[in-house]
Design a protein around this ligand. Sequence first.
Ligand SMILES: [Zn+2]
Length: 336
Amino acid sequence: MNPILLPSNRPAERFYRGGARISEFRGEAVAAPREPEDWIGSTTTVNGERALGLTMLPDGRVLRDAIERDPVAWLGDEHVARWGADTRLLVKLLDAGQRLPVHAHPHDDFAAAHLGRAHGKAEAWYTLEGGTVHIGLRQDVEAADLAALVERQDATTLLGLLHEVEVATGDVVWVPPGELHAIGAGVLLLELQQPEDLSILLEWGDFAIDGAAVGHLGLGFDLALAAVTRTARSAADLAALISAAPRVRLRLPRGCRRVLPTRTGSRARSRDRRSGILDRDRERRRRRDRRAATSQRLDPARAPRGRSARRDRHGRAARGAPAGALKPESTRILPG
Ligand SMILES: [Zn+2]
């Protein structure tokens, strides 16, 4: 294997702020205020763009073209036999300099039927630096109520509809297509997703985008919101979506070195179990301090601590247990 070192690939002028920690991680000069994503090994373009988002190889070729010319060499026989030259994957670094808007992505069938796209957009997050994420409805929502909240741009109520979850370094969050979600300010993620740039935005007041014009993917909100899941997620559902990262021993090829943090969160949880300290206020203070220090290097030693974890019947930390600390359910009533 011959690893190819790729420079960063950061579409400019995204609609939300962030990116300083990607510059730091990459050892690059400080970027513009709204370059919060690095599209790694990308064969995907920014929605509506011809080339923006595509990865350029160091030899000047476009990665997408190189794969199309020789898919077996890049993807292997089995993959090509099943999927052709479609990589089926887009990987991003995502540095949320501000909370992202409440949004969802279409599933495959919807994207094929209404957008003529080969994929919807399911995504999963590997947490590099933790914080708050919002995912899944706390109660069912009627279509008319959701549409009214979007119409009124009631961001506070929209966000309040979602479960609020604390995630730490190493936690993995699965975001099925259709699921409403928002990544909190200060969270740094490695995102694995289907190779599309299709987002249905439900709020846009604090963002550099005309959501009324483009937040519905050109379909109108009546149709676009039909792709959004309006049924509630229980705590058990969330436990299936959010888990501590599996422990994997990697044998790295020559010339590669590990740069992602390891499971510092779980070690910290063990420490807390011994001391009996599960102090959420302390965790909140630590998160606030961490956000303030946005220029710090990606450093496992500074990863969030103070997390709780479920145990299995032997008393061990359960691998598949929800890693996030769920906010207690409350009984917010939707506006009629
Ligand atoms: Zn998303």
